[in-house]
Structures are given as structure tokens and as C-alpha cells.
Design a protein around this ligand. Structure first.
Ligand code: SIN
Ligand code: CO
Length: 396
């Protein structure tokens, strides 16, 4: 993708300019972000989707100051003729190819940050109330109209004792009515309230932003898994394959200087010190951080699903017809330096230019320079991904 090319999706500015001017900074209203937009999923499709066990969903009904929230799956939603309700289906990109493709138009922000595409449907007056989110969001109007009111207010205090986050004191600063194809970008903590005008469907492209505590814990988990592997105590999530750990880790505690004790229950100060010394010997370095991040960020949500290929292509086959290899909509693939990550694992082959191209573009043409450059081991690995449905071959 050319990040300097003006994009209709961003109202005629480039991805580069969007990131410099708006991302994480200020709201942007984009009229006609997708001209003549008609999403392939209808309101009825979403009604069906929220009946499924594997789809995370919520129903929110409000009556004046009263807010009610239920979690799905739902046998049936209220009729369109009943006002003031909205149903939200989370991570529709896991369940629908077109929604996944729509979400991936925002990959100029990077896979580490892109989270999911949520779809809401609502009857007249429906919405989730005035609130703020801790994440950036693109709100794309997909069907009908929604009236948005936004505010960059400092006061983010909430009404107590409600089943959802509702701002106590929403002070509207700007408002706009969005029609299909219009989109509103909001950085974190901008207060907003979107109210459906008649039947309405909105697609939210959401982002993930870990807390510092999550990052620090992840690194500790990765170090802990590596230590367990180095001590022969199994392979945790982050220790396959194991990385080099300081050899001193296997040395045992010694105390030739210890004296006879009159306080046998007291913890030895020496042991306290040695514990800190042991921790300080662990290298919390870039390799460990990228191991944690690569595995964690590509981990599959529990409700993702792969169709196992019945007759998968064989990439060793010299008569393989022309076509393309494409990652399944649920597959997550990332890399850093030599390490390649897919669906919560470290790949068995290092991140070669061809495999990085597959990760960045999510597909490889056959034939192509990149495909031809794949060696035997890489083909074997991709064959296994084809078998598992992580990757698909489409003949052209
Ligand atoms: C919605 O689609 O109604 C909710 C989106 C949001 O406000 O974050
Ligand atoms: Co919101």
C-alpha cells in the first residue's frame, strides 16, 4: 500500500497524513468514506449472527434514564417496531470474510493495534448512551442513519450503578447525522453518543491498546516460561522454542559463610539478596519482548474457527496451477527480525523476505518472485498451514 496516496476512505488525505494529524489526536468526520456503501451483511444477517453461540453479543435497551443490558446468544431480538434498543455483535471479522476485508482496509495502522470489527443494529432511538472508550474507533455507517453527538470534555465521570458506562454529565460540542458510507474517527476518551434514526446499522473498527501492566506481565510470563524450559520443567506458551538463559540459573544457593542460628525461623538476608541477584541476571531484552508480543498478539480468540481443507494444495507440486495463497480471515501473522509468528506460535521457519511478504500482504501470487523463492522447508510449513486451514489456495 502507498501510504502517501490520498484515500477516499480518509476523506482525501493519505494514510501518512491521517496518522500525523488525527490518529490519537482529534476526531475526523469523513463524508462518503466508502461511496455507495452497502455492506454484504444485512440487519437480518446480524439478527441471525447474534443467535450463535460463537458470536459475542449484547442487547441494550433504554427507557429514559433506565438502561438494561443482556449478553447473548439471543433466540430472538425485539422487533424493529419497538424503539430504543440496540444489539451489538463483537468481532464479526472472525465470522465473515467481507467484514474481515473491510477491517483490513485499516491495516495502515498495523496489525498490532487493529482489534476487531463490531457491528451494531438498532431500532429508532437505539444506542449505547453517552460514553467514552479507551480505544480509537472508526464508526462507519452501514445502513440507515445515526445521529452522533461528541464532546472533548474533561469530565469523564459516570452514572453509578448502571450495567453500562454512561457519562454523568455529557456536554455536546458537535453533532452530525451519518448516512451509509459516512464515517467518524474518534481518538480515545472523546465522549460520544450515537442515536439511531429509524433502522440502523453501524460498523466499529476497533483497536487494542495494552496497559503497561499487561506489557510488563507478559514479559515476566515470557521470562518465567523460558526459565521453566531451561530447568527442564516443560514448555510454556512463550518458550517454544526455548531461548538462551544465563547458565548461572542452574547454580544452587550456597552459604559457606552461614553462622549457627539462634533464630531458625528468620529468613536469611543472604537468601533475599540472592533472589534479587538471580532476577537481575535475567535479560529482559528485545528478543524476549518480541517473543512475548509476537505470540500474544497473534494468539487466536477462542471463538475463531478454521475450516480444515478437504483436499489441500501441495506446494511441492511442480504442476501447481496459477493462483494465490491467502491467509484465512482468522489467521494472525506477524514478524520481528528473524522470528515469525502465526496464530500464537513461533513458526518453524525464520522470517524470510517471502514469508514477510505473505504476512504483510496476507497473500502471495502463484507464480511470483516471492513464491518461487520459498525453499523446501518453507513449502513444508505452508503445506501444514494449508492442511490446518490457516492458509488457503485459490486457483485463478
Ligand atoms: C454503536 O455502534 O452504537 C456503538 C459504538 C460506540 O459508540 O462505540
Ligand atoms: Co463508543
Amino acid at each position: 500500500m502507498n501510504i502517501d496516496q490520498p484515500l477516499t476512505l480518509l476523506g482525501g488525505i493519505s494514510a501518512h497524513e491521517f496518522m500525523q494529524t488525527y490518529w490519537q489526536r482529534k476526531p475526523l468526520l469523513i463524508r462518503g468514506a466508502i461511496p455507495n456503501f452497502k455492506h454484504s451483511l444485512s440487519i437480518d444477517n446480524i439478527r441471525e449472527l447474534v443467535t450463535r453461540e460463537e458470536v459475542e453479543s449484547r442487547l441494550i435497551i433504554h427507557d429514559g434514564e433506565d438502561w438494561e443490558m443482556e449478553t447473548g446468544p439471543f433466540d430472538e431480538l425485539p422487533p424493529a417496531s419497538q424503539p430504543n434498543w440496540t444489539a451489538l455483535a463483537q468481532s464479526v471479522d472472525l465470522h465473515d470474510d467481507n467484514t474481515a476485508a473491510l477491517m483490513r482496509q485499516f491495516r495502515f495502522i498495523g496489525d498490532a493495534r487493529l482489534d476487531d470489527a463490531m457491528i451494531s443494529i438498532a431500532s429508532d432511538g437505539g444506542g449505547v448512551g453517552p460514553h467514552f472508550d479507551s480505544y480509537d474507533v472508526f464508526l462507519l455507517q452501514a445502513h440507515g442513519k445515526r445521529h452522533w453527538r461528541i464532546s472533548q470534555q474533561q469530565d469523564l465521570s459516570l452514572v453509578p450503578d448502571l450495567p453500562l458506562k454512561i457519562l454523568r454529565n455529557f456536554q455536546v460540542e458537535e453533532e452530525f447525522t451519518l448516512e451509509p458510507g459516512d464515517m467518524l474517527y474518534l481518538p480515545p476518551h472523546v465522549a460520544h453518543d450515537g442515536i439511531a434514526i429509524g433502522d440502523c446499522m453501524t460498523i466499529s473498527i476497533g483497536f487494542r491498546a495494552p496497559t503497561q501492566a499487561t506489557l510488563a506481565r507478559g514479559l515476566m510470563d515470557a521470562a518465567s516460561d523460558q526459565l521453566a524450559a531451561a530447568s527442564g520443567e516443560g514448555f510454556g506458551l512463550y518458550a517454544d522454542p526455548p531461548m538462551a538463559m544465563p547458565e548461572t540459573m542452574q547454580q544452587r544457593y550456597t552459604d559457606p559463610e552461614a553462622q549457627a542460628s539462634t533464630t531458625p525461623a528468620a529468613l536469611p538476608e543472604n537468601l533475599v539478596q540472592k533472589s534479587l541477584d538471580a532476577l537481575n541476571a535475567i535479560r529482559f531484552d528485545e528478543a524476549l519482548a518480541s517473543r512475548f508480543l509476537g505470540v500474544w498478539l497473534t494468539e487466536l480468540p477462542s471463538n475463531s474457527w478454521f475450516d480444515i481443507a478437504e483436499d489441500p494444495a501441495d506446494l511441492h507440486d511442480p504442476d501447481l496451477p496459477a493462483g494465490r495463497l491467502a491467509l484465512d480471515r482468522c489467521s494472525r501473522m506477524m514478524y520481528r527480525a528473524e522470528e515469525l509468528y502465526i496464530n500464537g506460535e513461533v513458526a518453524s521457519c525464520p522470517a524470510s523476505p517471502a514469508l514477510k511478504q505473505l504476512a504483510d500482504q496476507r497473500e502471495l501470487s502463484i507464480p511470483s518472485e516471492a513464491f518461487d523463492a520459498l525453499d523446501e522447508d518453507e513449502r513444508e510449513m505452508l503445506n501444514a498451514w494449508l492442511d490446518d486451514g490457516w492458509l488457503q489456495f485459490h486457483e485463478s
